[in-house]
Design a protein around this ligand. Structure first.
Ligand SMILES: [Zn+2]
Length: 95
């Protein structure tokens, strides 16, 4: 099974006129985002292993919610036993 690591954080400064979301709503947003991404990655990569080394990939999900721009940005970083497996996993994950 694919190994997933999350590095999601809240960044930036809240605008003076007040944030669009309060901290609890941001927590809920991050939590639901986390679950969606987790499901997506498991659906795409579970059962996938390197043809050469037999290793399963690891995906690091980096990003977070920016208070200043009120945007959620998340990116994937795929780690695996070799470049071939990294390319294969990234292709399966899609963009
Ligand atoms: Zn490999």
């Amino acid at each position: 099974m694919v190994d997933i690591l999350f590095e999601l954080a809240v960044t930036g400064e809240s605008p003076d006129n007040g944030a669009w979301l309060d901290p609890l709503e941001i927590d809920l947003l991050l939590e639901s985002t986390r679950r969606q991404i987790e499901t997506h990655i498991h659906n795409r990569l579970d059962g996938i292993a390197c043809d050469i080394h037999g290793e399963t990939p690891r995906v690091i999900v980096r990003g977070g919610y920016d208070l200043a721009t009120e945007e959620l940005n998340v990116g994937y970083d795929v780690q695996a036993c070799c470049n071939l497996m990294i390319m294969k996993s990234a292709a399966l994950l899609g963009r």
